[in-house]
Design a protein around this ligand. Sequence first.
Ligand SMILES: C[S@@+](CC[C@H](N)C(=O)[O-])C[C@H]1O[C@@H](n2cnc3c(N)ncnc32)[C@H](O)[C@@H]1O
Length: 470
Amino acid sequence: MKQFPAFLDLSGRRIVIAGGGAAALQKARLFAAAGAELFVVGRPLVPALAEELADRAVLIERTAVANDFAAATLAVVAEDDEARAEALAAAAREQGALVNVVDRPELCDFLTPSIIDRGEVVVAVSTGGAAPVLGRRLRAQIETLLPARLGELAAFARSFRRAVAGKVPPPLRRRFWERFFDGPLAAQVLAGDARGAREAMLAEINRADAEAAGEGVVHIVGAGPGDPELLTLRALRLLQEADVILYDRLVGEEILALARRDAARVYVGKAKSNHALPQEEIEALLVRYAREGKRVVRLKGGDPFVFGRGGEELDALRAAGVRAFVTPGITAATGCAAAVGMPLTHRDHAQAVTFVTGHAKGEGDPDLDWSALARLGHTLVVYMGVGKARRIAENLIGAGRAPATPVAVVENGARPDQRALKGTLAELGALIEEGGVKGPAILVVGEVAALAEACTLDALARELAERAAA
Ligand SMILES: C[S@@+](CC[C@H](N)C(=O)[O-])C[C@H]1O[C@@H](n2cnc3c(N)ncnc32)[C@H](O)[C@@H]1O
């Protein structure tokens, strides 16, 4: 570590900035936010100084001199002239101030970091003056990870510190707070409802006992269709907090890589007719880990409540008395639709959309109301329908859907190996077979499918012919 980070209470402390340009303005903004007694001395002063800071800083329009630094805790020199900057820095240091000279790290006693300011919660990033742009990049990345109301959450927790200390004995206190920050109350505060959370927090404190403090928790989390950027911010946070992650076949390595390095990863995935773990065993494992006091994430492709058996897992956890929460994910239908520019509803083409599973028990047809699904102006999205595509098309045509109805097939949507094909309902079986679609894929039937950015059977045949000729 080249520099030691420390957080200063600057309220009422004198800070003097020598210089009146853009760099001085930038530093003045930083220190004004910290409640310091701020002096800016320079000539000329950029107008924004007066516009933004007239009520929070003393602005003096003249060249800075050594005496300006008297009684200053911190001094910032934002002067272009190198010799003048060095002389002012020396004078400030002589009078007991810690000095920062803009863009001259070798002359600095302290550096100003890139700051993420959430009120009570402050994160500072420094590259030791080596690469300020990198520092700003890191700040932007961290910004996206931190909920906007983090400061409110910290203030909320502070307001209950004494009450918790009075009720929960020290060995269990940390666990209490971990449960609070992982649980629905913190989520409620982060969602802007601190008032509503207060009563429940009091009840929680009153209930706090040894047993509750040892409890684990299971979060059933949707990982989206594959692209890590389609994770929700909450899913990302839960992944980074989890002790154990139980994940499915459809969750890729790129998403797992976002988890804490030391989290245990348990593959429980299922491929059709290749069940890695029966459903009851997955549920038993979730209960067992939670009872060991672990923070468990059950990570599922897409959304856990859309053909994801999330409902069964939630039931099992509730029946076992385990605290469980659900974080939604982007389901394959919406993820794939966005990836190929195909709206699922459209004022001109489709006023309704239905998600169905093409999966049937055994070899038969899925048990669906084909005439309801064959309606005009209606988009049908079939999950797990690749193996039954031909039968699905026959059933829909038999129920009155026109053979010329547009269809699209999106395989590995929102992943690097995404493929999209389109044609007519009569061609659906051929699209799957000639396109070599293995899945995971969704089938989309309805007028909107014509809008998909996808390859047609003709184009596919040309492509195959060209490949064979090459
Ligand atoms: C067991 S279901 C899980 C659905 C998941 N819970 C969701 O909300 O997307 C698996 C089916 O989802 C569809 N699927 C999941 N991810 C997909 C992707 N990236 N591209 C296309 N289809 C996908 C396929 O139809 C696959 O057979």
